[in-house]
Design a binder for this molecule. Sequence first.
Ligand code: 13P
Length: 250
Amino acid sequence: MRQTLVAGNWKLNGSKEVTKQLIEGILGGIGNVKNAEVAVCPPYIYVPQVAELLQASQVAWGGQNMCPQESGAYTGEISVQMLQDFGCKYVIIGHSERRALYAESDQEIAEKFVAAVDAGLIPILCVGELLEQREADETENVIAQQIKAVLDMAGIEKFAHSVIAYEPVWAIGTGKTASPQQAQDVHKFIRDMLQKENAEVAQKLQILYGGSVKPDNAKELFAKEDIDGGLIGGASLTADSFLGICTAAN
Ligand code: 13P
């Protein structure tokens, strides 16, 4: 059985005070969540604060991005080793906002994936189609290409140390969730694709759904066979709604 994972992606939100209150709120209710893994991914600069607040808890933390190089002349970047220095367990890779707003290519995302796994950090690899791609019946081709780019560079074995998040771009921050069946279909497609490479790796892989997950739709999504949790944006920014989703995963 795969463990359910709920990860919060805070994106560009927060302050020292907001971070303190949000983490304290999460810690206030997380004790009841015994059967799901929980993680939060704050902006880089709040990682040390989050690490300190969460260190004695069951909640893990991670980065929202990383640089595949270990050190050197890469102004503004943060390496995997730096994230690990502050106890990160996860790092989000290839989020659609990074693909769209910062022109990250499949190739760069694959390099990050390899660097993260090689260093022992668990990448949460995001894939997902645009609305026009879904409407043109291109969803499976798009997802296959995004995964194949990583598979070609990394090889299937590295997927044993990773998480995939299916985030349809049209569902992110829009309030439009993929229906549980739409999400399940893509999750199964991803698992079947990896199954052809290595059945054991594919069966153990956690595949999260992301895109307007809320406390009131989480349970139905997480009940689907191939949906192993969620990557949560907006609803991870208040303790009540994040805890509501964690409870649905429990
Ligand atoms: P929302 O939950 O705000 O739709 O964001 C999803 C997401 O992008 C998580 O990475």
